[in-house]
Design a binder for this molecule. Structure first.
Ligand SMILES: Cc1ncc(COP(=O)(O)O)c(C=O)c1O
Length: 350
């Protein structure tokens, strides 16, 4: 019997470049970006800065490096950034800002919707006193674990930060997913919402290699002066690339062709959730975007790895840590989602 087609629901980072994206890469004009003469990289930087309403942008290899360059461009040694306990640039980036920049994080607990209490933000800002690190930045993430942060919270938190003299950084690895979810609520366009969210921040990091389906790359956006500082840090971090236009062309193609389609990924995540409703012991968290978490009861949890192995035996991949996680993307279609639903239902019937 032939192996069924792979349904890879581990992450939206697993996508393969489409034929059209590969063609765009092959056609890219190339130079040397360390000399600043790679036309495709320059064009991408201008395009993303323009789309999000910033003066300038910097193409970097990864979202991790983009957040690192952002935080270290805002902060000096002995300073700190306020950030969520679950935020990627606190929990999942090896403590890079502390390791490379002597910048400490000040983590805050999230509310159930991913936001913080404004009172907690205010309380975390240190007085100007030699005992304390200087608080310089409020860093938010949107989407956060697939959740769209309430826009009223984003506005209020970033206004508070500005009033207190802090810089505001957004880890918008999935900014266009957030904008897609927000556009569904407001009726505005996805690009309008992306710009509205980005407009609340002094710097925004956005990833091309997640829902947008490019193989590599992120961009950090900000003022020209901020990006000049980030450029220096990118060099120190080893992120100066040469014929990076090959990758920038893929990212540019993704911005042109893969933003509008994110709504399909969100619809498939909802369909997956609906398909799992009613299985005793499973609690499906209604997805806002392309990431869906499913909690298992205490009795079922010890069987999580068994379930993942059962799915793998049918060439369906997912992850589970404290909850099951499924991520939809460019390379997952309706048939794949239906197969995943059927395989999970089969497991719990057996
Ligand atoms: C929210 C968020 N920020 C940043 C990153 C880091 O991106 P990269 O894997 O390109 O370093 C990720 C990666 O999954 C992410 O989910």
């Amino acid at each position: 019997m032939s192996t069924p087609q792979l349904v890879d629901l581990r992450s939206d980072t697993v996508t393969q470049p489409t034929a059209a994206m590969r063609a765009a890469m092959m056609a890219a004009q190339l130079g040397d970006d360390v000399f600043g003469t790679d036309p495709s990289t320059n064009a991408l930087q201008e395009k993303i800065a323009g789309l999000l309403g910033f003066e300038a942008a910097l193409f970097v290899p990864t979202g991790t490096q983009s957040n690192l360059c952002g935080i270290l461009s805002h902060c000096q040694r002995g300073e700190e950034y306020i950030v969520g306990q679950q935020a990627h640039c606190y929990r999942w980036e090896g403590g890079g800002a502390a390791v490379f920049g002597s910048v400490q994080p000040q983590p805050l607990e999230h509310q159930a919707d991913g936001s913080f209490k404004l009172f907690d933000i205010e309380g975390a800002i240190k007085p100007d006193d030699a005992h304390f690190a200087r608080t310089r930045v409020l860093a938010l993430e949107n989407t956060l674990g697939g959740k769209l942060l309430p826009f009223e919270f984003v506005q209020a938190a970033t206004k508070l930060a500005k009033d207190k003299g802090l810089q505001r950084h957004l880890d918008g690895a999935r900014l266009f997913n957030a904008a897609t979810a927000q556009a569904a609520q407001t009726g505005r366009t996805v690009h309008d919402e992306a710009k509205r969210i980005a407009g609340c921040f002094d710097s925004v990091s956005v990833c091309f290699s997640k829902g947008l389906g490019a193989p590599v790359g992120s961009a950090l956006c900000g003022t020209r002066e901020f990006i000049a500082r980030a450029h220096r840090i990118r060099k120190m971090a080893g992120g100066g690339m040469r014929q990076s236009g090959l990758l920038a062309a893929a990212a540019s193609h993704a911005l042109d062709h893969h933003v509008e389609r994110l709504a399909q990924d969100h619809a498939l995540a909802r369909r997956l959730g609906e398909g799992l409703e009613g299985i005793p012991g499973l609690t499906v968290e209604a997805p806002h975007s392309n990431i869906i978490f499913v909690d298992m009861s205490d009795e079922l949890k010890p069987r999580m790895n068994e379930l993942l192995a059962h799915l793998k035996s049918q060439n369906i991949l997912a992850t589970g840590l404290y909850k099951l996680r499924f991520v939809t993307h460019l390379d997952v279609d309706e048939a794949g989602v239906e197969r995943a639903v059927a395989a999970i239902r089969q497991f719990f019937r057996a």
